[in-house]
Design a protein around this ligand. Sequence first.
Ligand SMILES: [Zn+2]
Length: 231
Amino acid sequence: MKAITLLSSGLDSVAALAMAAESLEIEMAITFDYGQRAVQRETEYSRKVCEYFGIGHRVISLDWLAEITHTSLVNRDEEIPALSVEDIDEAAPANITENSAKAVWVPNRNGVMLNIAGSFAESKECNYIVVGFNGEEAGTFPDNSFDYVKAMDCAFSYSTQNGVQVLAPLIELGKTEIVKRALEAKAPLEYSWSCYHGGELPCGECESCVRRARAFKNAGVKDPLLERLGI
Ligand SMILES: [Zn+2]
């Protein structure tokens, strides 16, 4: 069975790729450039990850999506929220992470990416599109949920001749479990970039950095990216 994978180089997409690669032939990875602040890091790291797995890599530019996205992930005039580990705790008021999610929301991003990937998958006779959607983020990002995966599978049964399916190996997992499974699958996490910013080093304060740090702490291992960067 063959698959293509969506790859942002974040913890989740690198973990999902490593886990899928254990049982599937991965044809290629697609990274999207929609003007996000971290695009250079994501592109560079995704290339390294693809070299590690020996798979093809294509970067697809979505200029129009950059143009119509006004939130902070793309728009440098808006500030990306800084969160603490208490803010992402289950006991914290839900509006903190809801507001953070709204501040980095990109209109129909996963819908666009999956549909483009669906065309590549059908064209290359691949059965699956591997994604890093996960249980931890499904709470605030509905396009990370199991229901969304099912809905896309249904849509692809109409729009692709080979009935492409979305494969989301992390769909029920929190980040701590994702770290553990990724390390078991020998994922090259030293080249995974989760930070919403595109600096030399991860900021440590955005929601993505805070979730990643908590996951490694709870898993009881050092983050291979921070070790490589000498932090
Ligand atoms: Zn960050």
